[in-house]
Ligand binder design. Structure first.
Ligand SMILES: [Zn+2]
Length: 353
């Protein structure tokens, strides 16, 4: 019997098949009859397709559990070099991606593809968890739920959608998606999918997501608060092996909002002199591995009008280099940034004389 599947690594499939053929289900380290996990039935995965199975023996792969703490949003490649790729904008798509803001703008209900990749795999199965969180630190503690209008819309309640899925703002088209977290217990909601193996000819696994509320939806919805999605690579114990974040805005005019945000972002980097600037997170590389050893020095000649503008740009350069020094101080590559910072300091002195 062939056990090729697009969904599970071959070793996991073989293990499942061996255990089923051995008929020693009671000894399995699987749990049974766990309806909240979206009725996963892995015994159906054969031959790369899903076969209906009336067998009363349901075998469930153990998924990582509900998240209890506020999830971190620090990016982490981890031992398997976890990568998440969002596709560049293609005309006529209902979503656009801003590289500078690592942010995707989309309309509600648009299918949104995300590619996941690792350099190699451990023998045990891996999962990808997608957790929406509020970006602003003051709201990070709060769980992201849907607004009541959408949660209880006719469309949802008339369909066969399970009740525990309705409060989730993220849906994944993966048929094994498990929707974790109980809103009635104020638990954080996340969607967990098994990390499948890439199809022949590709290195990554594509999953299609969809957002079913807008940022502008009223409380207890997002209520105009910014959100980001944290993708974590986990094993079935919930141990994290990689983490990537993606800012998301679900709105009516993705293109317009992207342009506005990018313009605001540029303006924010030129705050008036003397005004205290909130320490910005280093702009995250958009889901791609950062270029290693990018320590070539560039000297720019930029025409600018106004002394204050010159000082602002210098201040920005100063902060950029100071940030790089902090980030690189442990790996011994901070030298070139220090040299550049000294030169910038000299320019700042000269400019204020
Ligand atoms: Zn809503």
């Amino acid at each position: 019997m062939s056990s090729q599947s697009d969904f599970l690594p071959p070793d996991v499939q073989n293990f499942l098949l061996a255990e089923m053929e051995g008929d020693n289900m009671d000894n399995l380290n699987f749990f049974k009859d766990e309806p909240t996990l979206n009725d996963l039935n892995y015994s159906n995965i054969l031959n790369g397709s899903i076969v209906a199975n009336d067998d009363s023996k349901m075998v469930h792969l153990i998924f990582p559990g509900v998240q209890t703490s506020v999830p971190s949003n620090d990016e982490y490649d981890g031992p398997y070099e976890f990568e998440v790729d969002v596709h560049p904008t293609v005309a006529k798509n209902s979503w656009v991606y801003s590289t500078t803001l690592n942010k995707v703008y989309m309309t509600m209900g648009s299918p949104f593809p995300v590619d996941f990749r690792v350099s190699h795999r451990p023998p045990n199965p891996l999962f990808i968890r997608s957790t929406p969180v509020y970006s602003a630190p003051q709201f990070a503690q709060e769980c992201v739920y849907r607004c009541l209008n959408h949660e209880f819309s006719h469309k949802e309640s008339d369909g066969d959608l399970k009740e525990h899925i309705r409060p989730h703002i993220i849906r994944c088209a993966n048929q094994y998606a498990a929707y974790l977290g109980d809103k009635s217990k104020n638990e954080r909601l996340s969607v967990v999918i098994p990390f499948g193996i890439p199809q022949t000819g590709t290195e990554s696994v594509r999953e299609i997501f969809e957002f079913v509320c807008k940022n502008s939806c009223p409380s207890p919805g997002m209520n105009r608060r910014a959100v980001e999605i944290i993708f974590t690579l986990e094993d079935n114990q919930g141990t994290i092996y990689g983490r990537k974040t993606l800012n998301v805005r679900i709105c009516s005019c993705p293109k317009r909002d992207k342009e506005k945000d990018e313009k605001d972002n540029t303006a924010n980097t030129n705050l008036p002199h003397g005004k205290k600037r909130k320490m910005e997170k280093p702009s995250k590389k958009p889901m791609q591995t950062q270029a290693e050893n990018d320590t070539k020095e560039f000297t720019l000649t930029i025409p600018l009008v106004g002394r204050h503008n010159e000082q602002n740009v210098l201040k920005y350069c100063h902060d950029l280099m100071a940030g790089e020094i902090l980030r690189n101080i442990g790996n011994g590559t901070e030298g070139p940034y220090k040299i550049a910072l000294n030169k910038i300091n000299t320019l700042i002195r000269e400019s204020s004389e």
